[in-house]
Write a protein that binds this ligand. Structure first.
Ligand code: 5GP
Ligand code: ZN
Length: 121
C-alpha cells in the first residue's frame, strides 16, 4: 500500500524523523530537506493522496485544511499575519511531470524569507 512505498507516508508514520513546524489531526508541516529559501516548509495531509487534484476530488474539506495550515505556517514563520501578506511568501504545489512533482503524496511548499522571482521557470 501507499504507506510503505510513499516517502511522505513514511514521514507521517514517523519512520523518517521530520523537522516538524506544525501539526494538526489531519496535517503535518515539516522543513524541506533541500531548502530553496530561508523558509521552505512542506505541508502534507496525513492521508495519502497523490496530487492536489486527487485530494480536492476525494476530500475537499481536507484540501481547505491544507491551505489553512499553509497560511498558519507562513504566520508562524513571520512571513505574514492574518491581515497582511508582509513581508510576503509563496505557495507552490507541483503537479504531474510538467509541474515538476517528484514525491507523489500531495504537498504544499511554503517559501519565503527572501525576495522570490517570477516567473519561476
Ligand atoms: P516536489 O518536487 O515533489 O514538489 O517536491 C518534493 C520536495 O520534497 C523537494 O523539495 C525535496 O527537497 C523534498 N524532499 C525529498 N525527500 C525528502 C525527505 O526525505 N525529507 C524532507 N524533509 N524533504 C524531502
Ligand atoms: Zn503517501
Amino acid at each position: 500500500g501507499p504507506s510503505s512505498d510513499c516517502l511522505f507516508c513514511r514521514v507521517v508514520a514517523g519512520e523518517i524523523a521530520p523537522d516538524v513546524v506544525r501539526e494538526t489531526d489531519r496535517t503535518l508541516a515539516f522543513r524541506d530537506i533541500s531548502p530553496q529559501a530561508p523558509t521552505h516548509v512542506l505541508v502534507v495531509p496525513r492521508d495519502h493522496h497523490p496530487t492536489i487534484g486527487a485530494l480536492t476530488a476525494a476530500d475537499p474539506g481536507l484540501a481547505a485544511e491544507l491551505l489553512a495550515a499553509a497560511q498558519a505556517v507562513a504566520e508562524q514563520e513571520g512571513l505574514a499575519t492574518a491581515g497582511s501578506p508582509e513581508p510576503g511568501w509563496r505557495l507552490v504545489v507541483n503537479s504531474g511531470p510538467d509541474g515538476g512533482q517528484t514525491v507523489h503524496h500531495v504537498h504544499l511548499h511554503v517559501l519565503g524569507g527572501r525576495g522570490l522571482t517570477w516567473p519561476p521557470g
